[in-house]
Design a binder for this molecule. Structure first.
Ligand SMILES: Cc1ncc(COP(=O)(O)O)c(C=O)c1O
Length: 351
């Protein structure tokens, strides 16, 4: 029963097959072969635009490099206070942006709003040299709380950002999960809604290790090849990263994986609701479920081999808080979560 994170799952079969397909013979190094060109074209086709695509190995590298392209000296990036870029990347964004601050803003269920962006701009206004310069906003889709921004919410955020000369970065570590949940196209969820630069994640959704920075506003693509090389993310055998994307996109495999993960999360939610003792802490909109469960049940499930994380409650809205005898836990489903695992877990947690 593996619900600790979607990156605990292995790599899915079509991706492994693509890796094997490209494992023999010779091909130009450093992303110069036909396969890498084909993958860039595939991204352009999927996003219906002439975007620039830079493959990297981790979501942290994608985020930090993307933010380095949209910030300047003394830069500030407005993000949610729980954003991965602010909390979980060991200062990589600050390091690669030469010290831009990841300015955390409040928002229920992991979401920013136009009002919170404006409150950020009151704290770090344009034109005050001592405060540095506000450069960008970063939103995670899906969010760190398992919620998603609707297309209208994205547009509202990007409008306030652009009106205030801020670039828009999207952390799409779970891009596919959000996309299938919204039933939107990649273009609708990004550049058509005003996103300038995207960290496109595949690792959590069945790849072995494949992420990409996708740049819609080409002003930010200038020098990006040097940023990536300098950060050590220009692989000599880039064909293996590209091969993962080949398998990922083939026959809409990526969407199928995400739909499966989301549907398993929905089954978890339904099962939790169907009990007097457990409940969802808030609406789960993609593949992550935040649940409130009795401490004794969580301990029992854990002792019986279920993997999940107990989640911190500091900063939660009072209505979302567990009682003293309850825990808030996070359950993440992946392309390889099975119905049996879900049933087994629910039986344990509800008993
Ligand atoms: C929202 C979000 N962004 C980025 C990342 C970064 O991924 P990586 O661990 O590959 O650096 C993660 C990983 O957990 C994440 O959850």
């Amino acid at each position: 029963m593996h619900f600790a994170s979607d990156n605990w799952a292995g790599a899915s079969e079509p991706i492994m097959q693509a890796l094997s397909r490209h494992s023999t013979g010779f091909a130009p190094a450093y992303g110069e072969g036909d396969l890498c060109d084909a993958i860039e074209a595939r991204f352009q086709d999927l996003f219906e635009t002439d975007c620039a695509v830079y493959i990297v190995a981790t979501g942290t590298a994608a985020n930090a490099l993307a933010l380095s392209a949209v910030t300047g000296p003394g830069g500030t990036v407005f993000c949610h206070q729980d954003a991965h870029i602010r909390v979980d990347e060991c200062g990589a964004p600050e390091f690669l942006t030469s010290g831009a601050r990841m300015w955390g803003l409040e928002g229920r269920h992991g979401k920013l709003s136009p009002a919170t962006i404006l409150s950020g701009l009151e704290q770090v206004p344009h034109g005050v040299v001592h405060h540095g310069q506000p450069n960008a906003i970063s939103l995670s889709q899906s969010t760190e709380s398992g919620t998603i921004y609707s297309l209208d919410e994205i547009k509202a955020l990007t409008t306030v950002a652009h009106d205030n000369k801020l670039a828009v970065h999207m952390d799409g570590a779970r891009f596919a999960n959000a996309l299938v949940s919204l039933n939107a196209t990649p273009a609708e969820m990004t550049w058509k809604a005003g996103v300038d630069i995207l960290s496109f994640g595949a690792t959590k959704n069945g790849a072995w290790c494949a992420e990409a920075v996708v740049i819609f506003n080409k002003d930010y693509a200038k020098d990006f090849i040097y940023r990536r090389k300098r950060a050590g993310h220009l692989f000599s055998k880039m064909r293996f990263s590209a091969a993962q994307f080949e398998g990922y996109f083939e026959n809409d495999h990526w969407l199928e994986n995400a739909r499966h993960a989301n549907s398993m999360a929905a089954k978890l939610v339904a099962g939790l609701q169907d009990s007097n003792t457990t409940r969802s802490a808030w609406a789960s909109e993609a593949n992550e479920v935040f649940a409130i469960v009795p401490k004794s049940s969580a301990q029992k499930a854990s002792a019986s081999g279920a993997n999940f994380h107990q989640w911190p409650t500091n900063g939660l809205h009072p209505d979302d808080q567990p009682n003293d005898d309850e825990y808030l836990i996070r359950l993440v489903c992946s392309f390889s979560t099975s119905q049996e695992e879900v049933d087994q877990f629910l039986a344990l947690i509800k008993s």
